[in-house]
Design a protein around this ligand. Structure first.
Ligand code: CU
Length: 155
């Protein structure tokens, strides 16, 4: 008696599980179809992420102006992308310990130093500025030649 009750309970549970997993499969198919439709729709539109980053690109080159533009004003939370358009290595750094001239570096209180490392030709580096204030940064190999830039971050 007890075992047959157990058996039928188990059968019911299995049936429920099967129904549920079938339901999930249908739902999953619907999500995949929906995602494909969204992807197809997005392919027709300009990529908003690309549009946003292209407005804040700083190009790096082997001769002046090294950083172009070398002074940019943005809002807190915005991202700047540096692109190495030159034929040699460049970098972006606010690491005071790496600078030859202390005047080439500044950051607002509370901001953390950042450093792209060496970027080869075609290389890119992104940084999102969260703390408002004035940032002065430099290129490690070319600081002495005047490869320095400024980012003003407003609230
Ligand atoms: Cu450089």
């Amino acid at each position: 008696m007890a075992s047959s009750t157990f058996g039928s309970n188990l059968a019911r549970r299995e049936e429920r599980a099967r129904t549920r997993s079938d339901g999930r499969t249908v739902l999953r198919v619907a999500i995949v179809a929906g995602a494909a439709a969204v992807a197809a729709a997005l392919a027709l539109l300009p990529d908003p992420a690309k549009a946003a980053s292209s407005a804040l690109v700083i190009k790096m080159s082997d001769k002046e102006p090294f950083y172009s533009p070398d002074k940019v004003t943005i809002k807190a939370g915005e991202t700047v992308e540096w692109r190495n358009d030159g034929d040699t290595i460049h970098s972006v750094s606010t690491e005071a310990s790496q600078a030859q001239n202390a005047k080439d570096v500044s950051m607002p209180t509370g901001a953390q130093a950042f450093d792209s490392g060496f970027l080869p030709p075609g290389g890119k580096y992104d940084y999102t500025f969260k703390v408002p204030g004035i940032y002065r940064y430099f290129c490690l190999p070319h600081e002495k030649s005047g490869m320095v830039g400024t980012i003003v971050v407003k609230k």
